[in-house]
Write a protein that binds this ligand. Structure first.
Ligand SMILES: Cc1ncc(COP(=O)(O)O)c(C=O)c1O
Length: 367
């Protein structure tokens, strides 16, 4: 036992935990304590077999209702999933089955999980170029629409720049085609920016044509990993992704996963209910304040952001992106690089404080 515990403690020590303050390239939150506590308490529950866990199922339903309301979805359907990847794949699975078609039109900025979706579902991913603002070029989208398009997808908070595609315009172009919005990161940022009058735009189910939306609570939701959510506009879509499940307590199993790690649901429930809208607003306000501080400090040492940050994701242009990333990595600073345009990228999560930013910019200045 001692040996096992020593190994575990050593492993934990090796990990770049957020509290060490040198991770500026992760989109995951350090979960709130209450989420960790209830995740552990509910670790036995498996929502893949909902009939055995009516209590946990009730929490899932209530939480889905809350997040649906936040995303302006009425009379829809939703489920906890493993994260943005699973949500994107599942949305494309629905679109393919409903339409019988095979093309996916996605912006070049789409998360790489879209490549997995296309490959797994034997679909064709068509990359739609970006405008100078690094959002989907709607003229190029119009030109690419044809009779074989199963789905159009757009991003509300791109992985690399935090950009938001013009979703209302995209919806008009997609017309009757299935439209999926990947708000894995932005879904728990944009509502609160809107509340504070810091951003305005159409991106969720307020846009008539949006059929599905993914949002991750393990990113800006302060919940434990994995806490993804997939929301569907029409509960009838569920039939296209469900199969008979004779040995379980429910007659049909919905979605990709069988067993679902339901500790996440209890953890996320605890954190969403205790933070509330006000709590999230304050977290987002602080992250944006620190994002502006990072832009300022980076400006002092000669770095310009690729776009004015909308949310707490920001990339700075440099031709030495990969070299800088590697050098900073050697010094223990974890950032990421962007290929197009060449840039270094940071995500200003709540654990990225002004002190962390000062230390980071000083280290960067020295290389
Ligand atoms: C916009 C977006 N979509 C999807 C994903 C994939 O999410 P996950 O890693 O939780 O599967 C990410 C991950 O960062 C993302 O930024």
């Amino acid at each position: 036992m001692e040996e096992v515990e020593r190994r575990l403690s050593d492993a934990l020590h090796r990990d770049f935990l957020f509290e060490k303050g040198r991770v500026l390239g992760s989109m995951c939150s350090k979960p709130e304590e209450i989420a960790v506590k209830y995740h552990a308490l509910f670790s036995e529950a498996n929502l893949g077999n909902r009939g055995l866990y009516p209590g946990t199922a009730m929490l899932e339903d209530e939480l889905i209702a809350d997040i649906s309301e936040l995303m302006h979805l009425r009379d829809g359907w939703g489920q906890f999933v493993g994260g943005g990847t699973e949500a994107n794949i599942t949305a494309m699975w629905i679109a393919r089955n409903l339409s019988g078609k095979r093309k996916i039109l996605a912006p070049e900025s789409a998360h790489f999980s879209m490549r997995k979706a296309a490959d797994l579902l034997a679909m064709e991913l068509v990359d739609i170029p970006l405008t100078e603002e690094y959002v989907m070029d709607t003229d190029a989208l119009s030109a690419a629409m044809d009779d074989d398009v199963a789905a159009v997808m757009a991003v509300a908070g791109t992985t690399e720049l935090g950009a938001v595609d013009p979703i209302a315009e995209i919806s008009d172009i997609a017309e009757d085609t299935f439209l999926h919005v990947d708000a894995a990161f932005g879904g728990m940022v944009l509502p609160f920016l809107e509340d504070m009058g810091m951003w305005k735009g159409d991106w969720d189910f307020r846009v008539e044509g949006v059929d599905s939306l993914s949002v991750d609570l393990h990113k800006m939701g302060m919940a434990t990993v994995p806490s993804g959510i997939l929301l569907l506009k029409d509960r009838r879509y569920v039939d296209s992704i469900s199969v008979e499940s004779p040995y379980l307590t429910t007659k049909r199993n919905i979605g990709l996963a069988g067993t679902r790690p339901s500790g996440s649901v209890a953890g996320a429930y605890a954190v969403v209910k205790t933070l509330g809208r006000e709590g999230y607003r304050e977290i987002v306000r602080k992250c944006m304040e620190n994002t502006r501080y990072l832009v300022e400090r980076m400006g002092e040492i000669g770095y310009e952001p690729v776009i004015e940050p909308i949310m707490n994701v920001v990339a700075f242009r440099t031709d030495r992106a990969e070299e800088i990333r590697a050098k900073m990595d050697e010094m223990g600073w974890k950032i990421s690089s962007v290929r197009k345009p060449p840039a270094i990228r940071m995500v200003v999560m709540p654990y990225v404080t002004k002190e962390v930013i000062d230390g980071f910019t000083e280290a960067l200045h020295g290389i």
